[in-house]
Write a protein that binds this ligand. Structure first.
Ligand code: SAM
Ligand code: SF4
Length: 447
């Protein structure tokens, strides 16, 4: 029945959504769907959504507007919308009102049910809205259609228990649920056997991995188990919550040769008053101490972060504390966000919201400060030699190759395509703002 049917999936949001899309693509491929080159020629169009900020939602509404025209031209096309956005209370009704031409609405907890849901849409011939309010079990062994043949996302846990006061994630992704360590090790072993060389372990807070499992296992234990997987070269992980970053974990990262020297450590703010209002569970002094311990125990580690400006009640003094933290830590890179109230979160109900003009002024200042630091840190790499996992031709200039250092910096250099998939030693010639330009050392690539 599905012979020749095609699907196109749009993905918004974080790496967890990228991983979810690969899983949905795998499920559809197993049903016989092929991948369409564009939405215009697909039989099924899916949108995997994000709702962390309003801008992400606005992009989805804009896309739905464009797809309305397509649906008018080709009424037989099935449009499905899933993931975090429909998981919000009242959102399914809003979609029904604003985009009644959508055929399928599903949430984060039933994305693995996609084959059954699609079959129902086809057999009943009418729109289907099915959003579960919580997860049942963690489905294991689902097919995954991965984008890369070298690097793989591996979700190790779902949901979040932290309830930072600005964040919608715990409401749309549910309570923390860790996968069994055995299932993760098996998946990673199979990936290595298929030729994958790097895995990125995903979770909203990987450092609390295992807390909900009956067996006594934590994230450090999991890293040790995965470090023993043959033919795997690199292990990355994201995201680490500073509060749960134990000394045991720091030592484990330092001692596991496959675990890369890059820590993404979202600070969010540099003011203790704002950190408390955000419910982050740490102070700037604790955070700076943690950075110190990481840098002493894991020599050469790069540090990246997420920062937010304009949280309710943030004064100029509080913002100055964030700038001061950034100058003290000297991050390699920072993802900077303007606080955006999310309905249903405590911060959205806080009275002292910061004006949009002030938020915009602060974010620009923060970006300018961080840019200077990122550039200086990349310039400091000049003359150093890095091991690069060669991924393929550079997107901006396909005459060059690109890959990443263990510290997760992008390197662009000249070399033969036969190096793709190998580890190459590259000397850094020039540090740019977002990448390092280098030259391949004569030894070529290693396997
Ligand atoms: N779990 C991860 C953590 O704690 O760092 C990240 C989850 S969230 C998808 C990624 C980033 O989005 C957060 O670190 C935060 O800086 C930002 N973010 C979350 N809620 C936000 C909001 N309401 N407005 C602006 N940025 C927000
Ligand atoms: Fe959101 Fe905080 Fe959980 Fe990260 S740790 S997902 S910011 S609630």
């Amino acid at each position: 029945m599905l012979q020749g049917k095609t699907v196109y999936i749009y993905t918004f949001g974080c790496q967890m959504n990228d991983a979810d899309t690969e899983m949905m693509a795998g499920l559809l491929e197993a049903m016989g769907y092929e991948r369409a080159g564009s939405a215009g020629e697909a039989d099924v169009i899916l949108i995997n959504t994000c709702c962390v900020r309003e801008t992400a939602e606005n992009k989805v509404w804009g896309l739905l507007g464009e797809l309305k025209t397509l649906k008018k031209k080709r009424p037989e096309v099935i449009i499905g919308i899933g993931g975090c956005m429909p998981q919000q209370p009242g959102m399914a009704d809003e979609i029904a009102g604003r985009a009644p031409y959508v055929d399928l609405v599903f949430g984060t907890h039933n994305r693995h049910e996609l084959p059954r849901l699609l079959e129902l849409v086809y057999s009943k011939g009418k729109p289907l809205y099915e959003v579960w309010d919580k997860a049942a079990v963690i489905p294991e062994g689902l097919p995954v259609r991965r984008e890369s043949r070298l690097k793989a996302w591996v979700p190790i846990m779902f949901g979040c228990n932290n309830y930072c006061t600005y964040c919608i994630v715990p409401y749309v992704r549910g309570r923390e649920r860790s996968r069994e360590p055995g299932a993760i090790v098996t998946e990673v072993r199979n990936l290595a056997l298929q030729g994958y060389r790097e895995v990125t372990l995903l979770g909203q807070n990987v450092n609390s991995y295992g807390k909900d499992l009956p067996e006594k296992v934590d994230f450090a234990d999991l890293l040790k188990m995965l470090n023993a997987v043959d033919s795997l070269w690199r292990i990355r992980y994201t995201t680490s919550h500073p509060r749960d970053f134990s000394d045991k974990l720091i030592k484990t990262i330092a001692s596991c040769d496959k675990v890369c020297e890059n820590v993404h450590l979202p600070a969010q703010a540099g003011s203790n008053r704002i950190l408390a209002r955000m419910n982050r569970g740490y102070t700037r002094e604790y955070y700076l101490g943690l950075v110190e311990r990481i840098r002493t125990t894991i020599p050469g580690a790069s540090l990246t972060t997420d920062l937010m400006v304009g949280f309710p009640g943030e004064t100029q003094e509080d913002f100055n504390d964030t700038l001061d933290l950034v100058r003290r830590v000297r991050y390699d890179q920072a993802f900077t966000f303007v606080y955006n109230p999310r309905s249903g979160t405590p911060a959205a109900r806080m009275p002292d919201q910061v004006s949009e003009e002030e938020k915009s002024r602060r974010i620009q200042e923060l970006i300018a400060v961080q840019k200077e630091i990122s550039l200086a840190r990349n310039r400091a790499e000049e003359g150093r030699i890095h091991e690069v996992l060669v991924e393929g031709p550079s997107e901006n200039n396909p005459a060059f190759l690109t890959g990443r250092t263990r510290t997760n910096k992008k390197v662009v250099f000249s070399g033969s395509e036969s190096l793709i998939g190998t580890l190459a030693d590259v000397r850094i010639d020039e540090g740019k703002l977002t990448y390092l330009a280098g030259s391949l050392l004569p030894a070529g690539g290693r396997e």
